[in-house]
Design a protein around this ligand. Structure first.
Ligand SMILES: *Cc1c(COP(=O)(O)O)cnc(C)c1O
Length: 383
């Protein structure tokens, strides 16, 4: 028997019409490469159900600890999340890893955050006091250096008011971080934000612990700019194989596949799908896959997307519908039951997240998180 070109196919029986295959081996190799590149431990961003890939299997594969006596992997310092519900899920699964929450919590959430051993991102004196009153514990100072989303403005922090300085001195943070707004495009903004961050650090030097854990770099900052070395780095997207990954030999983690469920011949002048937006110029052979926008295969791929069949590219024709998508397979012999790759690797051929997002003006982020809508997830490459 020949080895299949789809490493996940052994898990996908002929009765599975469509699936998202998640390569945990590639995920672990990506983490190891990012760790080497960063030169510091990582806060692995697993918010939003690990970007739609399934938080618990992902954090297990990353080596997060699930027992108090199990040492953490050297690469992984903490998990990064956005909501307390994510922390609840991790703790309910007995995950004992450090957890950092990057979205500001409401004052009313701080007591539960404490109970869940979450490290909150704080910046208001009243919240820092409330955190201490709720039991306290490590927290990270959130500095807004230009993103204008969350955290204390850098210019307010460099001339910090005396009452706030007292609160900081009484309850010093474990870490301090900021977030770059344009690390994924070529701009001078990263350097400017980094300067502002360093200015805050210097201005607060006497209030901050000497072993303060600073962190600034998301995937793009880490892989493109190496923004500020810091003590930790916070990759999300790059772990999952997207972003500016080629030069770092990062691997696709996610493969979306479907089996052909129908084929037909359409004649010159005949149309395909809603509103007849695609018309055959000559006799064409069309295959249908049971994946549509309800599966996260976005409407924006209508008449623009490409898929791989036996390593060859075939165009999406007509509008993507809720449950089905049509492909022009005139040039590629195929039949019902054959596997189509909508994202990821097919032998040596590849449709990266960045490429297919680019086809349609989507962000690789929103494409990834959308994949959790309906498709079954199939994990392979276990450790
Ligand atoms: C989501 C997030 C990250 C990770 O960003 P990527 O671009 O996916 O690497 C890092 N830091 C913060 C504060 C975030 O919210």
């Amino acid at each position: 028997m020949t080895t299949s070109i789809y490493p996940d196919i052994a898990h996908a029986t002929a009765r599975v019409p469509a699936w998202v295959a998640i390569d945990l081996g590639a995920l672990r190799r990506n983490m190891a490469r990012l760790h080497v590149h960063a030169g510091v431990p990582l806060v692995a961003m697993v918010k939003a159900d690990a970007y739609g890939l399934g938080m618990l299997p992902i954090v297990r594969a990353l080596g997060a600890t699930f027992a108090p006596d199990q040492p953490a992997s050297g690469a992984l310092w903490a998990l990064g999340i956005a909501t307390l519900d994510e922390a609840r899920q991790l703790r309910a699964a007995r995950c004992t890893a450090r957890i950092l929450c990057f979205v500001p919590l409401l004052p009313s959430e701080l007591a539960e955050a404490h109970a869940l051993h979450v490290r909150p991102a704080l910046h208001r004196a009243s919240d820092i006091v409330a955190w201490a009153a709720a039991g306290g514990g490590p927290w990270h100072l959130s500095v807004d250096t230009g993103m204008s989303r969350a955290g204390a403005r850098w210019d307010a922090m460099v001339s910090i008011a005396a009452p706030f300085a007292e609160v900081m001195a009484a309850h010093p943070p474990e870490g301090m971080f900021t977030h770059f707004h344009s690390a994924d495009i070529a701009t001078a903004a990263v350097a400017e934000q980094a300067q502002r961050f360093v200015a805050v650090r210097n201005a607060l030097a006497t209030l901050l612990p000497s072993n303060l854990l600073t962190h600034t770099d998301n995937s793009a900052a880490l892989t493109r700019h190496h923004g500020l070395p810091g003590a930790l780095a916070r990759p999300g997207l790059a772990l999952y194989g997207a972003g500016t990954v080629a030069e770092h030999a990062l691997e696709n983690v996610v493969h979306v596949r479907a089996r052909i469920v129908d084929t037909r011949v359409v004649l010159a002048g005949e149309s395909v799908s809603y509103h007849a937006t695609w018309t055959a110029a000559a006799t064409r052979r069309i295959a249908t896959v049971p994946v549509g926008y309800a599966d996260g295969y976005r409407f924006a791929f209508s008449n623009r997307g490409e898929v791989l069949i036996a390593g060859r590219r075939c165009p999406v024709v007509g509008r993507v519908t809720m449950d089905m998508t049509m492909i022009d397979v005139t040039d590629v012999p195929c039949e019902v039951g054959d596997v189509v790759t909508l994202l990821g690797n097919d032998g040596d051929a590849q449709l990266s997240l960045d490429e297919i997002a680019g086809h349609s003006g989507l962000l690789p982020y929103e494409l990834l998180v959308g994949l959790k809508l309906r498709l079954p997830r199939l994990y392979f490459g276990e450790v």
